[in-house]
Design a protein around this ligand. Structure first.
Ligand code: ZN
Length: 177
């Protein structure tokens, strides 16, 4: 079990260019295991590799969010691509592990279908609705460097930046002996 530190905004690595996975190597398998451990430890609904500083196009979605059982392992999406988005939308508050305690209303397609590769290298498609569809769209955004803060207006943007800066300073203070 290896929980990796989650990068917080404004870490520039959250905007790094991502790369396609060409082969499922031991490194990829251990990255996926670490992502699962990190997501569970942070109680997240999903996590993208870029959030732990890895450029590979990979994200995980919690099994229960993806319509499975809570004790199932998270669903792994490698080189995911949106295959279809419904015209019907839904606006709901959305959070992100890289923006602790921040929620912003974001309009998303109510249903989404994604094509991706699993850990065996098999291509699969999965369709989701509601929270699952939202997670697919949110995690997909991470792979193109699009973040929660890009959806809000200038005033709210400033507020979020200020809050995260304050939180980071407070965390620094409490780390001091
Ligand atoms: Zn996120």
């Amino acid at each position: 079990m290896a929980v990796r530190p989650i990068l917080k905004f404004p870490d520039p690595l959250l905007r790094q260019e991502t790369v396609k996975v060409t082969e499922i190597t031991d490194d990829i398998r251990s990255l996926v295991q670490d992502l699962a451990d990190t997501m569970f430890a942070a109680n997240g609904a999903g996590i993208a590799a870029v959030q732990v500083g890895a450029p590979e196009r990979i994200y995980l979605v919690d099994a229960a969010v993806a319509g499975g059982h809570e004790e199932d392992p998270p669903v792994v999406f490698i080189n995911p691509e949106i295959a279809w988005l419904s015209d019907e939308t839904e606006t709901k508050d959305e959070g992100c592990l890289s923006f602790p305690a921040i929620f912003v209303p974001i309009k998303r397609s109510l249903r989404a279908r994604v094509r991706a590769m699993d850990l065996k290298g098999q291509v699969f498609e999965m369709e989701g609705e509601g929270l699952f569809a939202r997670a697919l769209q949110h995690e997909g955004d991470h792979l193109t460097g699009r973040l929660l803060i890009d959806f809000v207006g200038p005033l709210k943007k400033e507020l979020i930046k200020r809050k995260l800066k304050r939180d980071a300073l407070e965390a620094q203070d409490s780390d001091r002996p």
